[in-house]
Write a protein that binds this ligand. Structure first.
Ligand code: GLA
Length: 384
């Protein structure tokens, strides 16, 4: 349906059919949070909520963007790739700017209409979907021959340089490399990855959207990154071989606890524990042990809330509500934090009751309706 609307709008605006239609999904992350920029492991997947793009080349050097959901347009030139005051346009300008840094094949402009159903500010990486989607479409149209990994790295640079968030690689990697019914175990140190079957015959994946938009998130996110770097530079004193928190064990950290400020110690402890947790959680998946997997999700939440301090009252409340619910294997805040969604593994037969109970509890606590989504794992970015 979305792709049809986008296609129709494209024809109305530009009097031609698009040359390509692309679907770029949002992502979830089962476990492994704030580990990507610490060279650790993550376990994300692409989902059935996506941004769709209709794109055609132009003969001149103009680029015309239309954001369908915002009903807003923006125009710029290949000769002037600077930031716009329209936040949404920067993800696309950023991608074009990063592509042209290493590539001289983008010589003509293009028209694009895009939009979809990835909720904004909900921690489902709508921005990475926008970057991955336009990057993929241009790669196909102009034949840049960028590999899928190059595409993800380019999108990460666009986010760093045009959105100002020093994000890791997880979001764009997942949007690009997603695979139906599988999670991606990505080693963020060397970008090697393997797919793990996610056998959801017993459990459904439910996202509960706190409705809190993570505005504070960007600056706090960059701060967490800096705190991890501070930890590494202190630990490099006794351990010169340490390059990232991936190289640090709890034993090393404890042995030098007195050298680290308490906050920095807490941040490092969370990351070191989380990197180990992902490895153990993957074993649970291989054993089809969702109960053990779910327990680790709760441990992750506790670490994110107490040690890494990126949760908020609403997210803590949503997770708390599930702790005594036997139909829930695991629950935790997902993504960068300070708002967005919790991810919950809920027995399929109990989903309806879960949604009703959570909705009631949230409304009586915060006076606000709870939006929840049942999501399925899908392929990554693709031409449709
Ligand atoms: C955001 C970032 C990712 C990752 C997560 C936390 O989604 O974009 O790179 O760091 O937060 O795991």
């Amino acid at each position: 349906m979305y792709s049809e609307n986008i296609k129709q709008k494209f024809s109305d605006l530009f009097n031609q059919a698009p040359e390509i239609i692309v679907r770029a999904p949002g992502r979830i992350n089962l476990i492994g949070e704030h580990t990507d920029y610490n060279d650790g492991f993550v376990l994300p997947a692409a989902i059935d909520k996506a941004i769709y793009f209709a794109v055609s080349k132009r003969d001149d050097r103009t680029i015309k963007l239309f954001a369908y959901d915002l009903d807003d347009a923006y125009e710029f030139s290949l000769d002037n790739l600077t930031k716009s005051d329209k936040g949404w346009a920067n993800f696309l300008i950023g991608m074009v700017a990063e592509i042209t840094k290493n590539n001289d094949k983008l010589t003509q402009g293009f028209n694009v209409v895009f939009g979809g159903d990835v909720p904004l500010g909900a921690g489902l990486s709508s921005s990475a979907a926008v970057e991955s989607g336009i990057g993929f479409a241009l790669n196909q149209l102009y034949g840049f021959e960028l590999s899928s990994i190059d595409l993800a790295l380019t999108a990460q640079q666009a986010e760093h340089n045009f959105a100002g968030v020093k994000c890791g690689i997880m979001d764009m990697f997942a949007s690009i490399h997603g695979k139906d019914k599988a999670v991606i175990k990505l080693d963020c140190r060397d970008l090697s990855y393997e797919y793990f079957p996610f056998n959801t015959s017993a459990y459904a994946i439910i996202l509960c959207n706190s409705g809190v938009k993570h505005n504070l998130g960007d600056s706090e996110y960059n701060k967490r990154r800096a705190e991890c770097e501070e930890g590494i530079s202190i630990l490099q004193g006794p351990y010169p071989q340490v390059d990232s928190l991936r190289d640090v064990t709890m034993h090393m950290l404890r042995s030098h606890a007195d050298k680290l400020p308490q906050i920095v110690y807490n941040r490092c402890r969370y990351v070191v524990e989380e990197i180990n947790r992902v490895e153990l959680a993957c074993k649970d998946l291989l054993n089809d042990d969702f109960v053990a997997f779910g327990e680790k999700m709760y441990e992750t939440h506790d670490g994110l809330s107490e040690l890494y301090e990126v949760s908020c009252e609403e997210l803590d409340f949503l997770v708390e509500q599930t702790r005594d619910n036997e139909a829930v294997a695991g629950s935790r805040m997902m993504g960068g934090g300070f708002g967005g969604c919790t991810i919950n593994l809920v027995k399929k037969e109990a989903v309806d009751d879960f949604l009703v109970e959570m909705g009631k509890a949230y409304e009586s606590q915060f006076g606000q309706k709870l939006e929840s989504y049942r999501v399925a794992i899908t392929n990554g970015v693709e031409e449709i």
